[in-house]
Design a protein. Sequence first.
Length: 238
Amino acid sequence: MLSYRRFQAGLFPFLPFLIAEAKAIRKSKPIPPAQSNHLILGSGDKKLLIFGESTAAGVGASKPEKTLAGQISLHFGQDSQVINLGKNGLQAKDFFNEFGEEISNFKGHVEGVFLFMGANDCFRLTEPSNYKSLLLEIINHFQKNFSPEWIYLAAIPPVNNFPAFSPRMQFFLRNQRTFLTKKMEEIKEIYPNVIFEEIDLKLSPEFFASDGVHPSDMGYEAIAQFAIDGIKRWQAKV
């Protein structure tokens, strides 16, 4: 397997072109507004926490009810309360600076935690071992303070297949995602209650919002369904 150092060496000469491409994409295809930066749905006794980047923030959804949080709340029903915190552009290193104060206000046991992170660590080329350490810190915090029955560690979106990106950018994103995914698989082996599966979704044009990067309403529905099915598969094994 290609070492990360060799990957970095091969990437370096192309960085100016990739940065220019990213700027051009942002200029030509504006990012849709976020619909669920901070969203609480339901009032049941079972608490579910959702944290993450643009996926958790609901960028690309048409309204809060169509976001990831809205879809998950619909699946779990009236006996649950879904608390969602999302921030577009979030990297793993930003997690506690962004959400730490609000997390400190949560009390008691939660049924489950969803973590939707990693796309921005692909875009920003986070070093894989550092990414693993940061995720472990986040997961350890939830394990220690909230004793969740499960933590759903969502796979990094297949950023290398996003239609907004050129073949050259897709090539480098594919490799970066592979390195980070390997570290997530290693984390899964440490904790019996961490759920991680490689994502398996059909990325049709309808899956994406207008910018060709973030999910549409249909995309969020598919992501939520894959997560719910993954939790069910895990529960069937334990």
